[in-house]
Design a binder for this molecule. Sequence first.
Ligand code: PRP
Ligand code: ORO
Ligand code: MG
Length: 192
Amino acid sequence: MNTDEVLGIFREAGAVLEGHFILTSGLRSPVFLQKARVFMHADKTERLCKALAQKIRKAVPGRIDYVVGPAIGGLIPAYETSRHLGAPAIWVEREGGEFRLRRFEIAEGSRVVIVEDIVTTGLSIRETIDCLRELGAEVVAAACIIDRSAGKTDVGVPLIALAEYEVPAYPADRLPPELAAIPAVKPGSRNI
Ligand SMILES: O=P(O)(O)OC[C@H]1O[C@H](OP(=O)(O)OP(=O)(O)O)[C@H](O)[C@@H]1O
Ligand SMILES: O=C(O)c1cc(=O)[nH]c(=O)[nH]1
Ligand SMILES: [Mg+2]
């Protein structure tokens, strides 16, 4: 599946929003990919995640013990991708602001692949890697449906993106005037 097909699915689902958005990193952007509007459709989610699983299989030799989704955005794509990889899906969720594997135990040396929805700065993936490494897991790769950095983000492990789509994002104190003129909204779940 190529980038146009992935973006086509997002557009068809009404998931490409325009306005003034506060991203999880604190950056501001005129475009927000509201993945929830894609993941509400099982058929669209299946097509995307089946293709992502194929890409992961090609890139990751050897065993995958767990697919890990960072909540909330990563829950559905990690679950659906895990189905096509034949590995169980678990998740990290925030407790006191930090990602924790609250509901599961994994053996030391478990080989895990993180599956995210969207990557912008890679911050959420790096936080997930820190949590998993503290538990003794080996993070063999991270994957996402759309990489908004278009390959520029370094998360310290191979990042497998189904699509790359570069979208502008600005520090809050360096907004272009047309963005500053629109009230900002924060769609994500960090800090709520
Ligand atoms: O690469 P980054 O700069 O970390 O940005 C991407 C992250 O932002 C969103 O999560 P968010 O924390 O907004 O909450 P959500 O998972 O509930 O959507 C998205 O699900 C990714 O996890
Ligand atoms: O960077 C983010 O927080 C972010 C960007 C985006 O387009 N979609 C999303 O869910 N999160
Ligand atoms: Mg998220």
